[in-house]
Design a protein around this ligand. Structure first.
Ligand code: ASP
Ligand code: MG
Length: 425
């Protein structure tokens, strides 16, 4: 399907580099499957490091004591490196671990009040920097700092790619490096023209793999996961999952859009545009077939069950009992865009308009401040949004029985509802 001389991009997420044993397994996979041509390896932060960095940042930004969690993070990375026999201050082409940890400490110590999202990127990005330093050493591969190459604008925490610049940068730099052996770089990160770090949105490393593959004309991208491929539901929440052996870009984009957590939603488009196949494989069982996502036609697919937790249902009522009009909606949409709350589902009635979004205390309070004068606003938090794609009667029954639905909507292919959280199957 792809020729041996074509570039392969491998992406390893947090779970696949969560400790020394996991990194040894990664090395094994790369040696066994990735050594027949040029290879670019994209790595996320180890295990739950990004969450740990978010908490650390939150504490430091609020002026609280963060010494203990910083110590934990530091010891964790140093102990994994030690277990792999990697020196902490190493390497001609990569910063040393101790140097990075020192730099992280300095950043935290010199945070300024305000500028929350901008400083978040300068701190939380250390997860990928640390992980790639360790993995590059374990693989004896070249460590590449992607930030000067992967150019974004200044949209902190969700950097938007400057495609022409990024493509030019990558094409000027990577072929020579790749000709000399495997290259390891960071997922999730980018950089602005002025040299500041940006991040691409949580779980954005898949997207990084797609950006690199698109710009370099790769032959394939492989995402190594802890599941056997693209499944019709997350096995953490649903019993009896089935794997799709083959699926189109279109179907996958829609599933990712509705919140299927297996692939970051922005990943598919760049690959589809250049017709680069995306393989989803298990790092726990690399010989298993996995899933291939590419241009294909298939018959009816098994219904996909997608759960989004942490949802909030907000309803806006006009204060004077006038109907919700286009003018009202324009104001509401404008405010939602301004606070960067994405609508996952919406519905209107005569005098009220409801949206389901991710819950963020900070964004919600800004939204209320913007719209409180014009609308009476109610909201419920702690909700879940379920989507069944390619539904049938049995799949709807399976999810809705015993649940009280706060909102539901159905199109020809898709059934969605919002309900209170906490009820797993
Ligand atoms: N480490 C980042 C995160 O946890 C990016 C990623 O894993 O894809 O969100
Ligand atoms: Mg991650």
């Amino acid at each position: 399907m792809h020729e041996p001389h074509q570039l392969k991009v491998y992406k390893f997420g947090g779970a696949s580099v969560k400790d020394a044993a996991a990194i040894r397994n990664l090395v094994q996979i790369v040696r066994q499957y990735g050594s027949d041509g040029p290879l670019l390896v994209v790595v996320s932060a180890m295990g739950k490091t990004t969450n740990a960095l978010e908490e650390l940042y939150e504490l430091a930004h609020a002026g609280h004591d963060y010494a203990a969690p910083l110590h934990t993070l530091r010891e964790f990375h140093l102990s994994v490196a030690a277990e792999l026999g990697i020196a902490a201050d190493f390497s001609p082409d990569a910063p040393g671990l101790t140097e990075l940890l020192q730099l992280l400490g300095d950043r935290l110590a010199t945070l300024q009040p305000g500028d929350y999202d901008k400083q978040y990127d300068q701190v939380v990005s250390f997860g990928e920097l640390l992980a790639t330093c360790i993995v590059a050493r374990a693989l004896a591969a070249h460590w590449l700092d992607c930030r000067p190459l992967l150019r974004t604008d200044h949209t902190w925490r969700e950097g938007r790619i400057d495609w022409p610049t990024t493509e030019r940068n990558l094409r000027a730099t990577l072929p020579d490096l790749l000709a000399r052996g495997p290259v390891v770089t960071q997922g999730f990160l980018g950089g602005t023209a002025s040299g500041l770090t940006t991040t691409l949105g949580r779980e954005g490393s898949d997207y990084t793999a797609a950006i690199l593959a698109y710009c370099l004309g790769a032959g394939s991208v492989t995402i190594w996961k802890d599941v056997a491929g693209l499944l019709n539901a997350d096995p953490k929440f649903f019993a009896d999952t089935v794997r799709y052996p083959e699926i189109s870009y279109q179907e996958t984009i829609e599933m990712a859009y509705y919140g299927a957590s297996v692939i970051h939603p922005k990943t598919i488009k760049p690959l589809a545009v250049r017709r680069i196949p995306l393989l989803v494989k298990s790092f726990l069982d690399p010989t298993a077939e996995g899933t291939i996502i590419h241009d294909c036609r298939h018959g009816l697919l098994a219904p996909a069950f997608i759960r989004k937790a942490g949802q909030c249902l907000i309803s806006f009522e006009s204060k004077d009992l006038t109907f919700i009009s286009e003018e009202n909606l324009e104001v509401i949409f404008g405010a939602l865009a301004q606070v960067r709350l994405k609508i996952h589902l919406m519905q209107n009635s005569a005098i009220s308009f409801s949206v389901c979004t991710d819950f963020s205390a900070h964004r919600l309070s800004t939204l209320l401040a913007l719209l409180r004068e014009q609308f009476t606003i109610h909201y419920n938090t702690g909700l879940e949004l379920y989507t069944i794609k390619n539904y049938d009667a049995a799949s709807i029954r399976r999810l809705t029985t015993d649940r009280q639905l706060l909102l539901e909507q159905r199109t020809r292919q898709t059934f969605q509802f919002v309900c209170r959280g906490g009820l797993n199957e």
